[in-house]
Design a protein around this ligand. Structure first.
Ligand code: DGT
Ligand code: CA
Ligand code: CA
Ligand code: ZN
Length: 574
């Protein structure tokens, strides 16, 4: 367990959220568990360390945190634990928390399964579904049973994987820690799936060049967040961190660094392909270098570039390596090409910060513009806006924008696509906004034909400029909506609407292969963070990574344009 000084906002949020979930499993009243869930959300969105807020006596300034919740949070900060949470964890097996991650298994259903069958793990639920023992439970039915069976399989496939920002932030922390060794370490880099920008990460692979591998291994294994040491070899350390992420660290020699980086970046099929090319030339490629098969004469290995060159290839960017492409490669879009962010929320709906705060941080990131796109009224849980509030908010956005020189805040909306494909606000109101992102947030399980019709109908509205998070998937949590994406992309192309590459790490929606289909059809793409707090704005890089995997170039992405050109390039209302 992490010590008290290491408790992050996320740790506190996790304890509060688990308490909420376990209380609901336990059959508590809605008022009791909802307050914990709300507090957990506030902890996640908080832009400063909660320990500091507590120390300065400002906890109750956070909306939804009252006297009682302040006491609970203080207990967590001071002891690293929360008594009620501990008690609930003792009452239920740890597998209960995992069951809650299975799509379609909410706390109510899990509570019932526990009562009836004393299920201990996700696998138990899968077995019961297979034996058709769930269909007769109240609120289940045959269809639910089948969905649970599928969801359990999906969960088991994904279990143990992490979202990109989790792996990225853990890597940054660990790299910072390793760099404390100073001159003993020459270079530290993250390789593996993280470097390729894969949407979820199995384990972390770190590479380094070090002079004294004994001392370096000692230091790494003393990392405060190490949970369990898995292996220690001459040039390799493996461990599991307290957050259950596994890390493989490999110590390389300088002359092998490029070959090692190439090998441990993968992907595996790419490595195999390169090895084949080497063999054709009478060479052997390994993580140590490129050598002749006969006699073992050294060919290359110091840098990746050198190895590619010897193999007769131009340098292949990590994001392209899964495609294992040789020959002509695109000039990939990069974070520095992005000039603005076109989806974000403020306090007006379910965001954490004000218009001005979002703009200030966006400016620090080097952008020229942003669009504020709060939710519309159909999304009641997010305090969505009706027509009147939308217009008043737009006025405030434009006033705030006028006060800034050399930066523009566009007035926008994330308007809901209703069940029948109509948009949630009147056309006259939408016509007065600069940016209209339209997204689905309800009736996500329609039959594919009906969902396709719904989106096609939404696209017919000439005010719709950007289709937001088009597939609705939530990584490791929820599958994409089922519909004919190609048909919808064709309609986007015809209507001149852009599709979003939502950079929020839980979404990455559209995903790489779908973005590629969009590009092939000539559909324009917008990369947006969907930030709900200023701390989310830097997530742009994960959207860009995804776009790079889809081979998108600067010209394919509209928010690489200056604001006036962007507004002209977006779909026009007439
Ligand atoms: P992950 O961790 O599941 O998200 O995906 P990766 O790609 O990071 O996979 P990982 O950690 O098992 O291995 C890192 C890299 O090492 C992988 O991308 C390619 C290389 N590698 C691992 N095992 C093999 C292997 O058996 N053959 C070859 N050619 N390469 C391998
Ligand atoms: Ca890995
Ligand atoms: Ca690995
Ligand atoms: Zn949304």
């Amino acid at each position: 367990m992490p010590g008290k000084e290491l408790l992050s906002n996320r740790d506190v949020a996790r304890i509060l959220r688990e308490t909420a979930q376990l209380l609901e499993v336990d059959g508590a009243q809605i008022g009791r568990y909802r307050s914990y869930e709300k507090a957990a959300q506030q902890m996640e969105a908080l832009s400063e360390p909660v320990a500091q807020v507590a120390a300065e006596g400002r906890l109750q300034e956070i909306p939804g945190i009252g006297e009682r919740m302040e006491e609970h949070i203080r207990e967590i900060l001071e002891t690293g634990k929360y008594a009620k949470h501990q008690k609930l964890l003792k009452k239920y097996p740890s597998g209960i928390l995992e069951m809650l991650q299975v799509q379609g298994l909410g706390p109510k259903k899990v509570g019932l399964l526990w009562k009836k069958f004393k299920v201990k793990a996700v696998a138990d639920v899968g077995r019961l579904a297979e034996q058709q023992k769930l269909r007769d439970l109240p609120g289940f039915g045959e269809k639910t049973e089948q969905n649970i069976l599928k969801a359990v399989a999906a969960y088991q496939q994904l279990a143990g994987r992490f979202l990109q920002h989790q792996a990225d932030e853990t890597a940054a922390k660990l790299i910072g820690y390793i760099e404390k060794l100073g001159k003993k370490v020459e270079k530290v880099t993250a390789a593996g799936s993280l470097r390729r920008g894969k949407e979820t990460i199995g384990d972390l692979d770190l590479l380094l060049i070090a002079s004294d591998s004994e001392a370096v291994s000692d230091h790494i294994l003393a990392f405060p967040e190490v949970g369990e040491k898995i292996a220690r070899g001459e040039n390799k350390v493996s461990m599991q961190l307290a957050n259950s992420m596994q890390v493989d660290v490999r110590i390389l020699e300088k002359k092998s660094y490029g070959a090692g980086l190439l090998y441990f970046t993968g992907s595996k099929p790419h490595n195999i392909e390169l090895r084949g090319l080497a063999k054709d030339k009478g060479w052997k490629l390994s993580e140590y270098g490129l050598e002749t098969i006969k006699g073992g004469r050294w060919v290359a290995g110091r840098t990746e570039e050198e190895v590619y060159q010897k193999l007769g290839l131009t340098y292949i960017e990590p994001e392209l390596r899964e495609a294992a492409a040789a020959g002509r490669l695109p000039q990939l879009v990069s974070v520095k090409d992005i000039r603005g962010d076109l989806q974000m929320h403020t306090k007006e709906s379910d965001g954490k910060n004000s218009i001005e705060e979002m703009a200030a941080v966006a400016r620090q990131l080097g952008y020229d513009y942003i669009a504020i796109t709060d939710h519309s009224k159909a999304v009641t849980v997010a305090n969505g806006m009706d027509e009147k509030r939308t217009l008043a908010h737009a006025r405030r956005i434009r006033e705030a924008s006028k006060k800034l020189e050399g930066f523009r805040i566009l007035a926008g909306i994330e308007v809901d696509v209703l069940k029948d494909g109509r948009l949630d606000l009147d056309d006259e109101v939408l016509a007065q906004l600069d940016i209209v992102v339209a997204s689905v947030h309800s009736y996500m399980n329609l039959e594919p034909e009906e969902m396709t019709e719904r989106l096609l109908r939404a696209l017919e509205n000439r005010h719709l400029k950007i289709l937001g998070h088009p597939t609705g998937r939530l990584l490791l949590r929820r599958e994409a909506y089922r519909y004919d994406l190609e048909k919808v992309l064709d309609a986007c192309r015809k209507q001149g609407a852009a599709v979003e590459c939502n950079a929020f790490p839980d979404r990455l929606d559209l995903r790489d292969v779908d973005l590629r289909a969009a590009r092939e059809r000539g559909v324009k793409v917008v990369i947006s963070t969907d930030s709900h707090a200023t701390t989310h704005l830097p997530y742009m890089k994960y959207g860009v990574k995804t776009a790079r995997r889809a081979w998108l170039e600067k010209k394919d992405v509209l928010n690489t344009l200056p604001v006036e050109k962007l507004l002209k390039a977006l779909r026009q209302p007439t």
